[in-house]
Design a protein around this ligand. Structure first.
Ligand code: NDP
Length: 522
């Protein structure tokens, strides 16, 4: 609450980096340049390849981050040749923006295409022969990265095809399999997929992407927590009142109704991105910043999740679906009127969830996760709300209700860390005013250009660094937590479900019941 009579003021002094210490700049770990390799993109004719993967390859190449011995081999059922795929890639780069003519001219001769029917063993044999030829012609040295950018129904068949053609063996170089979400649609299907992938590939060869983890600010959560001594003593049930993680989107389902109708917000966002945000906030300090140590600690968080109490489902889970609205003044249809969506669809496009991490550090601290489509703003934010002061000396100014401190990690937009506090307004009178101390990453003098999430993901796959990728035990723990909730909601249908499907207008903040759960967010 602002102090009575306090003058309105912009009280937000920025934090700045200290000047570089004598003899050196900020401490950095520069990724090494990866070994030569062939990047094989299955589903290369598709949406993900065009919007994310191909632009990321171009950007990495443009900035000199790719190895000299590189081949980009598109593979899909579409009967293209090399030149067709190069033309497709060029169009995709132009559409994505950031096309660099000279860089593209240098990259294009390293781009190839191999038509492939995933059910045909001869197709995989031809792929193997093509890769052998590229080892000799493009200098890829037997290293292969197979990126599954196909619908998930193809993953198992493609992995088996690669294995049967001997392409999973790491006899001459590495062979890695990159898998996009979703990793199954419940616990059983996630396990079945994993069994299929492991018929030929070992766990160290499987890279399960969560591109959220590759965002700069998401990685920064770990650095903020574990490279600063001041936060850790406060980072527990004694000082933290609640934690809120939100990922709000303004877009609707767009052209992805086929996928989304079967998925909904819980599978699309919670099973992966939201759970990763939760783990980064809640995990214990790992003994080292390496893949297994970090992933061990995340898995412990998931193991500590308290199973949903069916009796409290309606209190702890709010589901919603967007109706028509006029975000930004332009009318948009409701979810059920979107192309490809059933007119009576019960698929939730919004969820707010309260959950508990049953361990020594977090006992009794509620964690709130919220995500939804067609909301008022695109916003990804984590708010750690601290407990209020135990006794207020300033009751006569502020009343009993002194706003608690909040640490706000803005991931999008903003890329910033802010700490809210109560501070004295300059002047003779004793007036308190909520103030915000904010550090904006984008304004910092970075020693190098930040990598976009897909650039980081690709680079880490080439380098064999699994730190930012899902491990199967964590995938299963998260499905183990969410599957009973999904089954219960889906068995009851939308209207009769314990967590009723609330309508909300496109362009709003979502259903009121969901917002009540996450009041700390704003
Ligand atoms: P698409 O639906 O665009 O499919 C990609 C390509 O796969 C198509 O161009 C098609 O190529 C091929 N394909 C389609 N259906 C089949 C089939 N039944 N059998 C074999 N091949 C098929 O998918 P996206 O590019 O949107 O997504 C790829 C993967 O990435 C999916 O698993 C998705 O969940 C995941 N993902 C996508 C995101 C996105 O923004 N698009 C975001 C995050 C994850 P062809 O016909 O030439 O073989």
């Amino acid at each position: 609450m602002p102090a009575p009579g306090a003058a309105p003021t912009d009280f937000a002094p920025p934090i700045s980096f200290d000047p570089a210490p004598p003899g050196g700049g900020p401490s950095c770990l520069l990724p090494p340049r990866p070994s030569p390799c062939a990047l094989v993109i299955f589903g290369a004719s598709g949406d993900l390849a065009a919007r994310m993967i191909l632009p990321a390859v171009h950007a990495l190449h443009r900035h000199g981050a790719l190895p000299q011995g590189l081949a980009v081999l598109g593979a899909a059922r579409t009967p293209w040749g090399d030149e067709d795929f190069r033309a497709h890639m060029r169009r995709a780069l132009e559409a994505a923006g950031g096309m660099d003519g000279p860089a593209w001219e240098a990259l294009a001769p390293r781009v190839f295409y191999q038509p492939l029917d995933y059910a045909d063993p001869a197709g995989f044999a031809a792929l193997a022969a093509r890769l052998d030829a590229l080892d000799a012609g493009a200098g890829t040295e037997g290293n292969r990265l197979f990126y599954l950018a196909t619908p998930p129904t193809v993953y198992a068949e493609a992995a088996r095809g690669l294995g049967a053609a001997g392409l999973a063996r790491e006899a001459r170089g590495f062979s890695r399999l990159v898998v996009e979400k979703p990793f199954g649609r419940d616990l059983d299907s996630a396990r079945a997929l994993d069994v299929a992938l492991h018929e030929h590939f070992a766990e160290h060869q499987v890279f399960r992407i969560d591109h959220y983890l590759a965002k700069e600010t998401v990685q920064n959560i770990l650095l903020l927590r574990f490279a600063n001594a001041i936060f850790e003593p406060l980072w527990n049930r004694r000082y933290v009142a609640s934690v809120t993680c939100a990922a709000m989107e303004t877009l609707g389902v767009g052209h992805r109704a086929g996928y989304y109708e079967r998925s909904g917000v819980l599978r699309d966002m919670f099973q992966n991105h939201m759970m990763q945000l939760l783990a980064l906030v809640a995990m214990e300090p790992p003994p080292a910043f390496d893949a297994e140590a970090v992933r061990d600690e995340k898995a412990k968080v998931y193991r500590a999740l308290r199973p949903f109490d069916p009796a409290r489902l309606a209190d702890d889970l709010v589901l919603g679906q967007y109706g028509p609205g006029t975000p930004g003044g332009a009318p948009v249809p409701g979810y059920r009127r979107e192309p490809g969506v059933a007119p009576d669809s019960a698929t939730p496009t919004f969820a707010a969830m309260r959950l508990w991490v049953d361990n020594w550090r977090w006992q009794g601290v509620p964690f709130h996760l919220l995500s939804g489509k067609r909301l008022r703003e695109k916003l990804t934010r984590i708010v750690v709300r601290f407990r209020e002061v135990p006794h207020s000396l300033f009751r006569h100014i502020l009343g009993e209700d002194i706003g608690a401190n909040r640490l706000i990690l803005d991931i999008h937009p903003g890329n910033a860390v802010s700490l809210t506090m109560q501070a004295k307004l300059p002047g003779a009178r004793l007036c308190l005013q909520p103030a915000t101390m904010r550090f904006d990453f984008d304004a910092a003098r970075a020693p190098a250009r930040a990598l976009d999430a897909y650039e980081k993901v690709l680079l880490d796959c080439m380098l064999g660094d699994q730190t930012l990728f899902w491990r199967q035990d964590a995938v299963e723990q998260c499905w183990g937590f969410l599957t009973p909730v999904l089954e219960r909601c889906e068995a009851c249908g939308a209207q009769g479900s314990p967590a009723e499907l609330h309508g909300y207008a496109a362009g709003s903040w979502g259903p009121a019941a969901g917002l009540e759960m996450v009041q700390e967010l704003f």
